[in-house]
Each structure stands twice: as structure tokens, then as C-alpha cells.
Design a protein around this ligand. Structure first.
Ligand SMILES: Cc1cc2nc3c(=O)[nH]c(=O)nc-3n(C[C@H](O)[C@H](O)[C@H](O)COP(=O)(O)OP(=O)(O)OC[C@H]3O[C@@H](n4cnc5c(N)ncnc54)[C@H](O)[C@@H]3O)c2cc1C
Length: 387
């Protein structure tokens, strides 16, 4: 149920999705909202938060029931992504773990790999991360320089990655590496490293000082002659990595778009609440026509974001994994969402610029939505191929 649009219902939203929405909202407001400032100081969420997510059934929503998942459709992830943002959470790496990286395992892992990893992924015993970006390349994934060279039963991996979400807590890391550097995209493979203390040659670098999302453990990662069993390759053969990335990136973009939608709605709700409470010149801020009109515009903007994202989610649920549609969801939700949050800050005056207020944290956190998961420019590039 949307507090801003009480009668709103996405075309894909069933009673089960609504029930999950209530459950997720209650969970995040209890377990995440009160911890935002402490997690920001620690540059990470509590490790137990992941176990709590697992206990609450929020890590395997659209993963197979045989491993403890709920077997739902993508709408289950979209609902939780929105509720996370509506609860003003900008610290948890849930989006990376559950709707994104878990599906690389679900889609490309073989039966043995799934038996080993999937139950832990769903319970929260294993936290997931994906390492694509390198200091020298982000948008242009074909240019990654990390190498994985076969030596007996192992890959020997060398390279460095940056901006890796869940970099501190991750136990399973999907690494984008070149198994055949002579080839471009066709030389890329995805290899899962089990990043426990016994893994020689694996180093977690510094926690990065970001503009926002201070509670997220975003790090550099280094691999130097790091040995990972060949059995940890995702897919039946080497060289499928680029195709696998392209196939999964639509999910990633839709999940981020759902977060953007929730962030925009949360910001407008906060602004309405605040302008009713705060007085200037003898009346509440909302009493000034200028502010009412601005809020009216913002409410309409949020509806346009929600309906765009929901249309694209419906398309994905219907089986159309179309890169252009997912890119339109992300482009619209990120660009418009950042603009909505920015305008909402204004109603709060100086308080809007303080990190102790959810609106200030949202302002700092939102900006990256136009950058990660593929930048807005890359979204336009992908959409333009469908013209
Ligand atoms: C907080 C945060 C968390 C992240 N988490 C992860 C993670 O978990 N795992 C991971 O692998 N990565 C992660 N990233 C990395 C993120 O995905 C990249 O930053 C992003 O893809 C952009 O890559 P880049 O930073 O190298 O920028 P570049 O690719 O160098 O781009 C620089 C600028 O050039 C523009 N540009 C590039 N190519 C074109 C083109 N063809 N046409 C027009 N303009 C172009 C871009 O749009 C951008 O404006 C994260 C980043 C941040 C900030």
C-alpha cells in the first residue's frame, strides 16, 4: 500500500505481494531505520542484520523453494526494494545480494554449486557481492583486466576491483575475469570466490569514503595469485561471462529503479509531513500556495515514476527480458528520482542539509542511482539501439 497513493496497485501486484509489502515494511522500520546513523558511523551494517533478513524470509523471495526460497516472481523483489527505501534505509546491501547476485547463482550454477551455496545465500549465512568494476574500467566491461589463468584444478586470479558493494561482509564473490585475454567479450568468465580467511591472495582494501550511503561497506578488492577451484566457474564453459552479465543486468536495473521509486515517494511523504508541521510567518509551510503547488508537482512526478517502473516490471514478469525496457525504467526512475529528492530537500531549509535527517541522507544517497548499475548515459545508449 502506498501511503502517497492509497488506492494504487501495480498490474502485477497480487495479495501475496501486498502481504510481503506489509511484512517488509514492518521489518525494515524495526531493524533498519533506527540503525542508520550508527551503521553510517561504522561504514557497515551489523553482520547479524543479514541473518535477521534470512530469518525473516527476505533473502530468497524469488529463489527456488527446494533451497528455502519463496519461489516468487520478480515482483517480490520489487516490493521489498521499494519498502527498503520507504523505510529510509540507505545502508543495507540487500539489493546487491538478493535480487541481483543470487540470480547469477540461481541461473548459471550447476546442481553441486547450488547445493553448496544456495541454502547459505537464503539463510543469510553467506553474503554476496559482485566484482565487475576496476580502477581502469566501469561502463566498458569488455575492457576488464583481471585475469584468471588455469593451473591444474585451480584458476590463478590477479587483478583489482573497486567500488564493490558488500565488500566487507561478502562471503561469496562473483568475479568478472578474463580467462582468455586475447579475446574481448568472448574471453570473459564469471568465477565465484569463497572469500573466507583461508583464501590466500585475497585482500579487502580500504572502505571507500562515499558522498552518501555511508552505512554501505563499499570497498576496493585485490587478488594476487589468488587460487579458486575451476569447479567454481559459473556456466558450462569459459567465455560465457559477458553474455551472463548482459542477461542479468536487466534485473539489476529494475531492482535499482524500484529503489528509486521508493526513495522519491519517501522524500515527498517526508516533505508533506514537514510542511504541515513547520511554521513560518505565522502559518504552516504548506499554507503557502508556492509550496502546495511544488508538492503537487512532486506527487505527480512520483506517480509517473511508479507507473513507468511498474510497466517495465510487468514486462519482465511476463518473460520479456528486454534490455531497452529495463534501461528505460532505470533512466526515468534514477533521473527523475534524484530530481524529486533534491527538490524535497528545499522544504526543510537548513535541516534538509543535515545528515541526521532522513531527507539529508536520502539526498546524499540518491545521486549514485544515476551512476551505478549502468550510468544514465549507458541507459540512453541501450535504449537508442531499440529506436
Ligand atoms: C556506491 C557505488 C557502489 C557500486 N557497487 C558496485 C558493485 O557492487 N560492483 C561493481 O562491479 N561495481 C560497482 N559500482 C561501480 C559502478 O557500476 C560504476 O561506477 C559505473 O558502472 C560507472 O563506471 P565508472 O565509474 O568506471 O565510470 P566510466 O565508465 O569511466 O564513465 C565515466 C563517465 O563517462 C560516461 N560514459 C562512459 N561510456 C560512455 C558512452 N559510451 N557514451 C556516453 N557516455 C559514456 C559515463 O556515463 C560517465 O558519465 C559501484 C559504484 C558506486 C559509486
Amino acid at each position: 500500500m502506498s501511503a502517497l497513493f492509497p488506492d494504487y496497485r501495480a498490474s502485477w501486484e497480487t495479495d501475496q505481494h501486498r502481504e510481503l509489502r506489509r511484512h517488509a515494511a514492518e521489518f525494515f522500520r524495526r531493524e533498519a531505520t533506527p540503525n542508520q546513523e550508527r551503521w553510517a558511523r561504522n561504514h557497515q551494517v551489523d553482520r547479524e542484520f543479514w541473518n535477521k533478513l534470512g530469518d525473516a524470509g527476505l533473502l530468497g523471495l524469488d529463489l527456488p523453494e527446494e533451497f528455502g526460497g519463496a519461489g516468487g516472481d520478480f515482483g517480490f523483489s520489487a516490493v521489498v526494494a521499494e519498502e527498503l527505501a520507504l523505510a529510509h534505509d540507505s545502508a543495507s546491501g540487500w539489493v546487491v545480494h538478493s535480487p541481483i547476485v543470487a540470480h547469477y547463482i540461481d541461473t548459471y550454477a550447476n546442481a553441486q554449486q547450488k547445493q553448496r551455496w544456495m541454502p547459505k545465500i537464503i539463510s543469510g549465512e553467506a553474503v554476496l557481492a559482485i566484482a565487475m568494476t576496476e580502477p581502469g574500467t566501469g561502463s566498458d566491461l569488455q575492457a576488464v583486466r583481471t585475469t584468471a589463468v588455469r593451473d591444474g584444478g585451480d584458476y590463478v586470479i590477479n587483478g583489482s576491483k573497486t567500488f564493490i558493494s558488500n565488500g566487507t561482509h561478502c562471503d561469496l564473490l562473483v568475479i568478472v575475469a578474463k580467462t582468455d585475454p586475447a579475446q574481448g567479450a568472448a574471453g570473459i568468465s564469471l568465477i565465484v570466490a569463497e572469500t573466507n580467511d583461508q583464501l590466500q591472495g585475497f585482500e579487502r582494501g580500504r572502505v571507500l569514503e562515499k558522498v552518501g550511503q555511508h552505512g554501505q561497506d563499499t570497498r576496493e578488492l585485490f587478488f594476487s595469485d589468488m587460487r579458486v577451484p575451476v569447479a567454481n566457474l559459473l556456466g558450462e564453459q569459459e567465455g560465457l561471462g559477458f553474455y551472463q552479465l548482459m542477461e542479468q543486468l536487466a534485473r539489476e536495473r529494475l531492482a535499482i529503479a524500484s529503489v528509486c521509486s521508493g526513495m522519491a515517494e519517501a522524500a515527498v511523504l517526508e516533505a508533506i509531513r514537514y510542511t504541515k508541521e513547520r511554521e513560518a510567518f505565522g502559518k504552516p509551510l504548506i499554507g503557502f500556495q508556492h509550496n502546495r503547488f511544488a508538492l503537487a508537482e512532486l506527487k505527480a512526478e512520483v506517480l509517473s515514476i511508479k507507473t513507468t517502473v511498474d510497466y517495465c516490471v510487468q514486462s519482465y514478469i511476463d518473460g520479456r527480458n528486454d534490455p531497452a525496457t529495463a534501461s528505460m525504467a532505470k533512466l526515468v526512475a534514477a533521473d527523475k528520482g534524484v530530481a524529486v529528492v533534491d527538490r524535497c530537500v528545499q522544504f526543510f531549509g537548513g535541516y534538509g542539509y543535515m545528515m541526521e535527517y532522513p531527507i539529508g541522507r536520502a539526498y546524499a544517497a540518491a545521486r549514485v542511482n544515476k551512476i551505478y548499475g549502468g550510468t544514465s548515459e549507458i541507459m540512453k545508449e541501450i535504449i537508442s539501439r531499440s529506436l
